[in-house]
Design a protein around this ligand. Sequence first.
Ligand SMILES: Cc1cc2nc3c(=O)[nH]c(=O)nc-3n(C[C@H](O)[C@H](O)[C@H](O)COP(=O)(O)O)c2cc1C
Length: 723
Amino acid sequence: MGRIVFMVFTDIKRRLVWLHRWLALGLAPLLLLVTLTGGILAFVPVTESLAPADSTRIDSAALLRTINGADPEGKATMVMPADGGSAVTLVRDGLWQTYALEGGQLLREAPPPFDFFHTVEGLHRNLLIGAGILVEIAAWAMLAITVIGPLLAWPRFANSLMGWHRVAGWVALPLVLMLPLTGVLMTLGIGGPSLPPATGGPTTPVAALTRAADSVDLSDLTLARSFRQGRVLITTSAPATYVATATEIAPLTGGPGLVRELHEGTWAGAWSGLLNAVGAAVLFGLTATGILSWWRRRRADRARSSDQGARILIAHASHTGTAAALAHASAEALRRRGDPVACAALGAVDPAELAGYETVLLIASTTGEGELPDSGRRFLAALGTRRLDGVRYRMLALGDRRYAHFCGGAHRLDEALIAAGARPAAPMACADGDPAATWRDWLDAQFPGLELGALPAADRKLSLTLESRTLLTAENDDEVSESWHIVLTADEDLDYRPGDLLMFAPPGAAPRSYSIGSAEPRRIGLTVGLARYRDADGQEHFGLASGLLCRGLALGSRIEAALHRHEAFRAPADLARPLVMIAGGCGVAPFIGFIDERRGRADAGPSWLIFGCRKQEGDFLHRARLEADLADGTLTRLSTAFSREGERLHVQDRMRAEGRELCRWLVEDGAFVRVCGRSDLGLGVEAALADVLVDFGGRTREAARVEIEGWRQSGRLAFDLFG
Ligand SMILES: Cc1cc2nc3c(=O)[nH]c(=O)nc-3n(C[C@H](O)[C@H](O)[C@H](O)COP(=O)(O)O)c2cc1C
């Protein structure tokens, strides 16, 4: 029962989100214009309160003589004193004609002077083209949007575009609701002034003033103008306003009515005007931030680049970004030459697509022990037993001969493609280490003379000093694996960001990569798990690289290493974007640096670490500093899962348990997600993300899958998996 209620609620919420978003996006230009002009008009009462009171007095007998002489047919739609009370202006046939009260001669005739507020008012009322109906639609839409908005999210602050959108919407709710509500009431004629019935046909300003002379002191006149349904509105500086019909003249006692006063901000002079200006500014800001955040998400989710009519596909399977960078550089070079190209991660390519391209270029690296990177594995899973007969491809393999299975990942891909019926159009090109030269030759063989742009930077060689080593795990507990915090210092400033990799290759061994978890230019912090294994005789050995770092090397020793940029896994350069970090065990390594990078930065958005390990007292790595980061706000949220005690939870269970909040971060705030840990964590996290979108975001399974795939392609979701 509870589940059914929840599903109904989720469904309603999904529809409301849809309505809120598409009403705002569909009418965006109109809403922005109406709120902007409304905000400007809110300054009218402010300027009026600052202007000196009009004390012009006018000779009423001369006024009546002049206007009747000048406009015997009563065509003028507006009459107002001019030149300090010595003249009168009549507005007739779109012209402003000013007559002297003494003598009645025409002094000047001109088109209407430009009146800023009047023009803005025209825009606000009917877009200056008589389209009042569009403005009425905008008022209704805005009312619906502002009523729905607060139903979608609590006022939970987050330093992100949507965080501000939510909080501003809630804090200014009365104002934000009042403006469109009063606008809608005005379109319905509710709450306006009570006017005498327009009996006896229409009247004109000149006729009305002539008849009013008996009952109204016209020496205080400021304006007489045609008004609704043939009436005339007579305003005096007394201050008093009268409404004239063809048969009667009545003072407008109730003022313009509360609804109009609220809408125009005139109920308390300058102050109410300023209040409305704030309300209109918030409405404008809400519309703008809503649109901007939607556009940002859309742009990020469509990062796969595909030109119209592309006949060339370049697909990459990359772990740390080199293959991806080469693929993009190839695509750019071909585009500069005028060739339309599609460029995508292999995991985002449907195997059936390959047959649609004349040229298929594949760039695949190798990770782990001869493994294909994640993206390539996804492609192989999608390929299954499908056939690719007729497909011709060219493969560039990236690898490093120091590993046991040189270019093992690309070979696996090659074998699977051949087994499916595809054929290589040329022998596979294999790059050992820095791939620049091999990449050039490989491209040149297919596209002779192609101009190549800047190449991705090769790994930078470093000489570092082992500064300190701190044990992060409990001693004498066989259930947890020993991990250390290692700090290495450089002699010069290094250009890196947390999440980049330190490649450490002890003599004679393949390099091991360690995710960098620091953000200082001369210090590199690593979280290293000590690899242990027993040989056939039961003798215990340590992994070569981790053994040296954690046990073997003395403090102060020099080590040679290389710095490898891992662009795809770095946190977004815009630190304001909310960030969810999901780690298993030593996978917390880069996140220590991600958090450091946000420390003391007022512009940093919220961050959430979901961390899983075995035991709270055993291998909750960096516990003290993470708790301190949480306390001082550097880290916004910290969730843990312990697999060997209590409820025995894994990270995925924790994600589901906090699914409602996680969904909010992902869907409403457009949070970036970074996942780091052993390879099995990747699949588990992806399944949990899908569950969260289905259970709390109202997505169907298929929609969740497509959305997550979009995040991967755009870089909003990235994995760094090892082992
Ligand atoms: C953790 C790790 C494991 C690797 N394993 C292998 C391997 O088994 N065989 C190989 O030839 N190269 C291996 N390499 C080297 C990479 O394939 C090579 O550096 C490549 O240029 C990386 O490309 P990418 O940045 O697109 O992932 C490994 C590199 C790393 C970081």
